[in-house]
Ligand binder design. Structure first.
Ligand code: HEM
Length: 437
């Protein structure tokens, strides 16, 4: 079968649904994963989707095509511009998420060192202690949503290890403010509010945008205060301490702190929720956990392959991109649809099987992109992987978890992530005696 549309020998854009953009948008919001799978079956490995009010987006679904898209990070593709409209109100103008070109690199250079594997390894014991403290308060014997509990842990990690805040009163205020800020800031009513309506919305206190601004102001007061206070002291092992001497000003540091919060805490919590959603349905996997460290690492990677948290990593093109026989016009988005790239049989043997061993015995790097790729590869990947390993281990050492319903949970769209539809329902029982090292 060929997927090339040829018009008089001229190559054209990839095929895609022909219904109006509004209908495609509604379909995306109602049933994202199954809609993409249907497009893939119908149109092949590369297809065009149109969203109302935005440039068209070309999705690619093979490892090879994804690599070609990521190559545009060398020139021609802008990850920052692709995210700016949805994120700048929250993360600001000086965020590694929304910048491109030299300003992006200036920021990225400051974030890379404190988030390298070697550096974050120093957080191991703190992560374990935060997890242990939270796990001790989980309910026993009745079902609850694990994802919410995971989010409490990953939030605490950001507050204490990234922001470096330990003062109980401030920690308490941030615990209440940050989830509300991220939730309001990421909601459709706020993220999709056109620029020209922001001023009027800000003046009406009951609008979601006005509420978002109040929350942002309250969080900013705490963060700027903390940054100024810390400027007077030296160093610190938290990420904030390491950013203070890099030449970034207070506003730039504030923006990067909120960036790490918004990119790092829900994603990692959802990754953990999927890890338990999967392993609780696979006794043979669960049996080997948590003490076989290389296996645990491989399980985390395989979970992120079969249930990637972030489903796409688009680039906004400022010059045309040739992909095979197609040419994607400048001004369009191009990006991998990660769940399908992870099922590319050219990259993964038996892609439908849950086989952690592929990460133990084979050099399985090609096509694995839960953290995106190219130069914009997730800066927090090493921290996220460490958090997942440590938290899974701490949970399994203390508790026996079971899924009240063995049917797999569906994938549901939540902002830029695909989360378990029931937020990973579990029942916990104390493990007697608790396993220790
Ligand atoms: C399981 C957890 C996580 C997942 C699945 C994830 C996934 C991703 C993905 C797909 C991207 C886009 C990459 C691209 O466009 O090619 C990204 C970027 C980013 N992530 Fe993560 N992430 C996670 C955790 C974290 C954490 C813990 C942090 C910070 C502490 C973080 C900070 C960032 C930042 C700042 C960027 C933008 C990088 C840039 O544009 O240069 N992420 N992440």
């Amino acid at each position: 079968m060929t997927y090339v549309y040829l018009l008089g020998g001229r190559t054209v854009i990839p095929p895609g649904p022909r219904v109006p953009a509004l209908v495609q948008t509604a379909r995306f919001m109602a049933a994202a994963p199954s809609a993409f799978e249907a497009y893939h079956r119908r149109y092949g490995p590369i297809f065009t989707v149109r969203y109302a009010g935005f440039p068209p987006e070309v999705y690619v679904t093979t490892a090879e095509l994804a690599e070609q898209v990521y190559r545009t990070d060398q020139g021609g593709g802008h990850a920052g511009a692709a995210r700016r409209d949805f994120l700048a109100h929250l993360v600001g103008e000086h965020s590694v998420l929304t910048l491109d070109g030299d300003p992006w690199w200036r920021h990225r250079k400051t974030l890379n060192p404190p988030l390298r594997a070697k550096q974050v390894a120093g957080y191991h014991d703190d992560i374990a202690a935060i997890a242990a403290e939270k796990i001790a308060s989980w309910p026993l014997g009745r079902p609850f949503a694990l994802r919410d509990r995971m989010q409490e842990i990953t939030l605490e990690i950001i507050i204490r290890l990234i922001f470096g805040i330990s003062d109980a009163e401030r920690v308490g205020r941030l615990r209440a403010l940050l989830p509300a800020l991220i939730q309001t800031g990421g909601s459709m009513q706020v993220a999709m509010l056109p620029d020209r309506l922001r001023g009027p919305a800000a003046r009406v206190p009951i609008t979601p945008y006005a509420r978002f601004l109040r929350l942002r102001a309250a969080v900013d007061t705490i963060l700027f205060d903390e940054i100024r206070r810390r400027r007077g002291t030296s160093g610190g092992t938290d990420v904030l301490g390491r950013l203070l001497d890099t030449g970034l000003d207070d506003q730039e540091i504030r923006d990067e702190l909120i960036t790490m919060l918004s990119a790092g805490h829900e994603t990692t919590a959802t990754g953990l929720a999927w890890a338990f959603e999967r392993i609780l349905r696979m006794p043979e996997v669960l049996e080997r956990l948590p003490d076989d460290e290389p296996y645990l690492n491989a399980v985390v990677k395989e979970v992120l392959r079969v249930r990637p948290v972030v489903y796409e990593a688009p680039r906004l093109l400022d010059s045309p991109l040739r992909l095979g026989d197609y040419e994607i016009p400048a001004g369009w988005y191009a990006g991998p649809y990660i769940p399908l790239v992870h099922r590319d049989p050219a990259a993964f043997a038996e892609p439908g099987a849950f086989r952690p061993e592929r990460f133990l015995t084979e050099h399985q790097n090609r096509g694995w992109m839960p953290f995106g790729g190219g130069r914009r590869f997730c800066v927090g990947a090493q921290l996220a992987l460490l958090e997942m390993r440590v938290i899974i281990r701490e949970v399994l050492r203390r508790l026996e978890l079971a899924a009240p319903d063995q049917a797999p949970e569906a994938r549901r769209l939540a902002n830029v992530t695909l989360a378990p539809a029931r937020l990973t329902r579990v029942i916990a029982r104390a493990r007697t005696p608790a396993r220790t090292e």
